[in-house]
Ligand binder design. Structure first.
Ligand SMILES: *Cc1c(COP(=O)(O)O)cnc(C)c1O
Length: 341
């Protein structure tokens, strides 16, 4: 059976690098949304909590409830406001002013501000009114946060947005005085923003991809010794000898240019790997060639090993498919068994 191995030591080392940059593990919010970027929500939450992480991010209330026991706080990023509820350690992100108006008394919120990405968040001009609503309705303001649109790119955009955010924070502090509200926590950095920033001076950083072992920051920002946590393995189903000129799989896209061995393995695109169409060259971790098109439940590989590592570095697949490591990882089917070692 196919399986996913997760390396504890790699995770520990990645978290140490990030904690050092942030000024302590208690400043890290582990981004566990979307089945922990495909790594497995429950197993990954337990492990990060064991390793001293106290805050997490989930995509929706369902994910948050699954991991609520492991963390002091969990921020839910994109639940609809009609599903918000008061809970001792679940905090709902509020992504627009209208949503804020319908939040009930006692619900904990993280107010998202649009500082230039123009995806989610309140406009900074709405801040005063928002604080009025929070005060009047007895909503509990945990934090105010924003998200950068270009933290992993060179150019001035990141600096422009950081200046916008700085002004928002000043305004928020004025408003907490005006409305007599406890000063909320501030957080703006994802992995790339944390790693590239000089001195980190906020309450939390929200780290996803770097915790899982990846960072695609351009060289100019330095080298960070992050280690991919996940490795995907497939098991051999059957083996055959190919004669020169024989073709493998749908469409016969691969043609053997010499006599060679071919085995089918039990991972296919139903398992969440992207569908390789057999063109170009895609290899497994040990350099064995994938032969022809990937099928729904299997793929053929120039190997006869009982078990083969499909990848231990998602960048190999990301590069082939002209996408990002997030996209390769997050799609991995939740039913593949995962274990830490
Ligand atoms: C997904 C997400 C993150 C994590 O980003 P990484 O690049 O994986 O570190 C942080 N903040 C928000 C709002 C997100 O949606």
């Amino acid at each position: 059976m196919s399986k996913i191995k997760l390396y504890s030591e790699h995770l520990r080392s990645n978290l140490d690098i990030l904690a050092k940059k942030a000024g302590g593990k208690e400043k890290l919010i582990a981004v566990l949304k979307d089945n922990a970027y495909g790594h497995g929500l429950d197993i990954f939450a337990r492990k990060t909590a064991d390793l001293g992480i106290t805050h997490a991010i989930a995509r929706d209330a369902k994910e948050a409830l699954e991991i609520a026991a492991f963390f002091a706080d969990i921020i839910v990023l994109s639940e609809h406001e009609e599903n918000f509820f008061a809970h001792s350690n679940i905090i709902f992100a509020v992504n627009e002013f209208d949503a804020l108006k319908s939040v009930s008394r006692g619900v904990k919120i993280a107010l998202k501000i649009d500082s230039g990405m123009h995806r989610n968040g309140l406009n900074s001009k709405e801040l005063d009114a928002a604080f009025g609503v929070i005060k009047q309705n007895g909503v509990i303001l945990h934090s105010v946060f924003t998200h950068y649109r270009a933290a992993d790119e060179t150019g001035s955009c990141f600096f422009w947005q950081r200046e916008n955010w700085r002004a928002v924070k000043e305004r928020v502090i004025e408003l907490t005085k005006k409305y007599n509200i406890t000063k909320p926590f501030f957080h703006s950095c994802n992995s790339a923003a944390l790693l590239r920033c000089g001195e980190f001076d906020e309450d939390f950083a929200r780290v996803g991809i770097a915790m899982y072992g990846y960072c695609d920051l351009p060289e100019i920002f330095g080298h960070f010794d992050l280690k991919p946590v996940l490795e995907l393995f497939a098991k051999r189903v059957s083996t055959r000898e190919l004669k020169k000129g024989e073709r493998v799989g749908y469409g016969g896209v691969f043609e053997a240019d010499k006599d060679m061995v071919s085995s089918s393995y039990d991972v296919g695109y139903s398992d969440g790997i992207l569908r390789y169409n057999g063109l170009g060259e895609l290899k497994t971790t040990n350099g064995s060639l994938i032969l022809g098109r990937v099928s729904m439940d299997s793929m053929s590989i120039n190997s006869d090993e009982e078990e083969i590592s499909v990848f231990n570095d998602a960048r190999v697949w990301a590069k082939h498919f002209n996408t990002i490591s997030y996209d390769i990882l997050v799609k991995l089917n939740a039913k593949i068994p995962r274990s830490f070692c």
